[in-house]
Design a protein around this ligand. Structure first.
Ligand code: ADP
Length: 610
């Protein structure tokens, strides 16, 4: 291939000119050509046609073929002159390899001279032409005679030529040149048609890019705003409702948030819909009802993504998860009559992620807040509880001391004995309180021993109740024992069983108002039931569940002492032994606590639920 040659070099500062006249006018024309060639504008216009390096097209080939026919020449070309090459959009009759390569360096170009001048170029015999005689096209392409018409765009830029070539010298008639000019005009029309199409496509893609950028901006703004909305305060329902309002209708026409409650059920906490009637319908749906007929309501709908569409519309359900824990579900709803396409699931996922994070944060805050309240309450109860027996102890001890003073030598022995017994009782009470405190951490950390052994439960109950004898006398309660005579053997842990019964009997005496208490043992092949019934103050229905929780109490501190730990300890022990505890009670009429235990718990007792 010949050395490269650029447009600017097409006409050097000196040397012979193309035309006959090599005088001052031609020199000026040459300068103009050089300027025009340097102008980037022409190349830009050429790029805008979007025709460079495109395949040949029948629309151009037809015109080139027609030209070769009409002027009876072997070669017809539609040439686009680039910075350092000429590209043939059409090349009819060009010998190989040029017809395949479809381009040549400018050292082969006659057309660049047409482009430089913006005028037609008509050569009868290039071999004799002062400028062109050394052109490589003469030898390599066999160009002898040439007639080229500029392809000038409506904005004035000459992009290339429409030309015919003969391999022998010839005279081009005016008629032939006229037809060539007319066909060149048609070629130019085709070029401009394509340029305008390219421009339109460019505008379309620019518009699409703008729309995409705008969508990205909106998405970013939405997510940023959501994060801010979801960080305002700790009322999770209000936060989710605000966030849902912001999401509709950008992501979907409707949105529903459901949170997983402690009982494992989904509870609707936010419902927002663009159509007020639809929002009303959604709000009115019973909690247990599925949103769409086809919706699977079982657990998988909580755990995974579900995308469904039906005549009622379509929806996308996403789980709200945090640290692998499912906290709820968010459902994005789309109306059937909307043609805005599918819900953007990646955007929906981003929304769900932010909501889940907010739910988790609110929960953590709530738990921390509750734990602090609980701790403060416990500390005040604990200090009060521990002080009561200590005060009693001090008083009793002082009184014993006075009894041993010389002035009181005559004091009766019985009086001293009674006081020391009082001291023992208070020491025992203090010991019980301290044990309870120790048991919380032992139970929570799983350090309480649960070694199973063969135990006669009836004997345990008899033994424990005998320990309460004195206290029962003091409180005035009568203990009725039912079913304790025959042995009831099972595999349990004796100490823990004692703890259960001690705690239940302590409560029955404390809250039993001096009325009779029944301790009943029932049994079948597999299970035993221990019931402690009193006829005391009873428990309001709303408190019957929570009293089993740590530090929960349903009585005033002024009237009844205690940490609120006894029932929690009982429940934990009973669970560890594979059993359960329940209460039936009526306020003012008494309570009955029933513990159900398997006679042969699993070898490895059930782990604790905290
Ligand atoms: P404490 O008795 O130290 O407060 P418990 O955990 O043993 O703690 O009991 C929790 C709460 O349950 C009590 O504060 C009381 O309100 C209620 N309760 C327990 N047993 C009875 C009962 N037999 N009768 C009425 N209320 C009871």
């Amino acid at each position: 291939m010949a050395e490269s040659h650029s447009e600017e070099q097409a006409h050097g500062g000196s040397g012979p000119s193309l035309g006959q006249d090599t005088g001052v006018g031609a020199q000026a024309a040459l300068r103009d050509i050089q300027q025009a060639l340097r102008r980037q504008r022409r190349l830009d216009a050429l790029r805008r046609t979007a025709l460079l390096d495109t395949p040949s097209e029948e629309a151009f080939d037809r015109l080139a073929r027609l030209a070769t026919r009409v002027v009876n020449a072997p070669v017809g070309l539609v040439t686009l002159v680039d910075r350092d090459r000429q590209f043939f959009k059409s090349c009819v009759g060009l010998p190989p390899p040029w017809c395949d390569v479809r381009q040549t360096p400018l050292t082969y170009s006659f057309c660049m001279h047409v482009v430089a001048s913006g005028e037609p170029l008509v050569i009868e015999d290039a071999r004799k032409h002062p400028v062109l005689r050394d052109n490589l096209a003469i030898d390599q392409l066999g160009v002898v005679a040439y007639a080229g018409v500029p392809l000038t765009a409506s904005e004035g830029e000459t992009l290339g030529t429409f030309c015919v070539i003969d391999t022998q010298p010839r005279v081009w008639t005016d008629e032939e040149l006229y037809i060539l000019g007319e066909l060149a005009a048609s070629v130019m029309t085709e070029i401009e048609l394509r340029a305008s199409r390219a421009l339109e496509a460019q505008a379309r893609s620019a518009e699409a890019a703008r729309a995409e950028a705008e969508a990205a901006r909106q998405r970013f703004a939405l997510l940023a705003e959501l994060s801010a909305l979801l960080a305002e305060g700790f009322d999770i329902r209000a936060m989710l409702a605000r966030a849902a309002r912001r999401v509709v209708p950008l992501v979907a026409e409707g949105l529903m948030v459901e949170l997983l409650e402690h009982d494992g059920r989904l509870r609707r906490v936010a419902v927002v819909h663009q159509e007020p009637s639809e929002e009303e319908r959604l709000r009115a749906l019973p909690e247990s009802l599925s949103l769409l007929e086809s919706e699977p309501r079982a657990t998988p709908s909580v755990a995974g993504h579900i995308r469904l569409s039906g005549p009622e519309g379509s929806f996308l359900r996403l789980p709200l998860t945090s640290h692998g824990r499912v906290l709820g579900v968010v459902t994005f709803l789309r109306l059937p009559q909307r043609h805005s396409g599918e819900i953007d699931s990646s955007l929906a996922e981003d929304v769900a992620r932010r909501m889940a994070m907010a739910v988790e944060n609110a929960r953590l805050y709530e738990e921390a807040h509750e734990a602090i309240l609980l701790r403060d309450r416990f500390l005040s109860i604990a200090s009060h509880e521990l002080r009561t027996p200590l005060t009693a102890l001090r008083l009793q001890a002082q009184s014993v001391l006075r009894g041993t003073s010389p002035s009181a030598r005559q004091s009766a022995q019985a009086d001293v004995t009674g006081k020391v017994q009082g001291i023992c009782r208070q020491v025992e009470r203090l010991g019980h309180l301290v044990d309870e405190l120790l048991d919380i951490s032992r139970l929570s950390e799983g350090h309480l021993s649960f070694q199973l052994e063969d135990v006669d439960l009836a004997e345990v109950l008899r033994d424990v109740s005998s320990r309460f004898q004195e206290e029962l006398v003091r409180s005035g309660n009568r203990l009725v024992k039912v079913g304790l005579d025959a042995p009831v053997v099972g595999r349990w842990n004796r100490l823990r069983l004692e703890q259960v019964v001690v705690n239940l009997l302590t409560n029955a005496i404390k809250y039993g108002q001096g009325r009779p208490i029944t301790l009943r043992l029932e049994v079948d092949e597999e299970h035993v039931w221990i019931t402690v019934r009193d006829e005391g103050i009873g428990i309001a229905p709303r408190d019957q569940e929570r009293i089993f929780e740590r530090f929960e109490r349903a009585v005033s501190e002024q009237h009844y002492g205690g940490f609120g730990l006894g029932l929690w300890i009982v429940r934990e022990i009973v669970h560890r032994l594979g059993g359960s505890i329940s209460v039936t009670s009526r306020q003012g009429a008494g309570s009955a606590f029933t513990v159900e235990l398997p006679r042969h718990p699993m070898p490895d007792p059930v782990p604790l639920l905290h």
